[in-house]
Unconditional design. Sequence first.
Length: 312
Amino acid sequence: MTPFAKTPGWLDWYPQPSKPRLKLPPGAVDAHCHVFGPGTLFPYAPERKYTPCDASAAQLFALRDHLGFDKNVIVQATCHGADNSALLDALQRSGGRARGIATVRRDISDEALADMHAAGVRGVRFNFVKRLVDFTPRDELLEIAQRIAPLGWQVVIYFEAVDLPELWDFFTALPTTVVVDHMGRPDTRLPVDGPEFALFMKFMREHPNVWSKVSCPERLSHSGPSALDGQQPAYRDVVPFARRLVETFSDRVLWGTDWPHPNLKDHMPDDGLLVDFIGSIATTAQQQQQLLVDNPTRLYWPELAGTAEAAA
């Protein structure tokens, strides 16, 4: 029995995902996913904004194999705060087939950072979505970024599109590779050529250290998962935004399931359908190879990068 009661109305992850029709290239990486608990082993943080269902490392790796991925990048969930125990346990269980993105505070020691690197952590996440986390002073975040830079780690940033103007100066001062979660959460009701998304495109165009995950159509869509008579893709309103990034910045895009899909309110996606969505945004075999294999391998397993690209 877990000692934690789920947030009322919480949607659990989909237990029987379909088998994707899209055949993933060898070495494909699910570059954005999470583990939650189990709460009996890895308690949720007292300061958390939500209490999820449990979603263990074993369940994540079973999904990895079912969908046809080879590796995972596991991102620390906000419900665990800066206690990375569940993440580090999952990395240890992966046998080298997972890397991690942690949450740390400024009082972490250099020895602890080195231990995390040895375990497979390759970055930290800074969350600017106000409904999910409390404010952390930017000077503290910049200090953390400066300390992880010598390790070759990245900073993952999670924010909403309307907040990019006020965050621009801070983001462009970061001394590391910067990876944006979920395309900076664009409003997909707005035109892809409109000023909001144009600013995000400018952000990537002017700063070659910035990468983007073209993930989470289920989180960004207003049209929903239904395909119209098989003639339109699922989450069709997200397609133009993700495809624009894949076509423009083919060597700086990543994709992930976002399993187990925290804090969704209206539906829980079929992860097999999410994999098939990739074919709508990366429409050629070369684009899929870059998105799913070459780019994440170069970023998270650089020692394997030459092997992955030679096999393409």
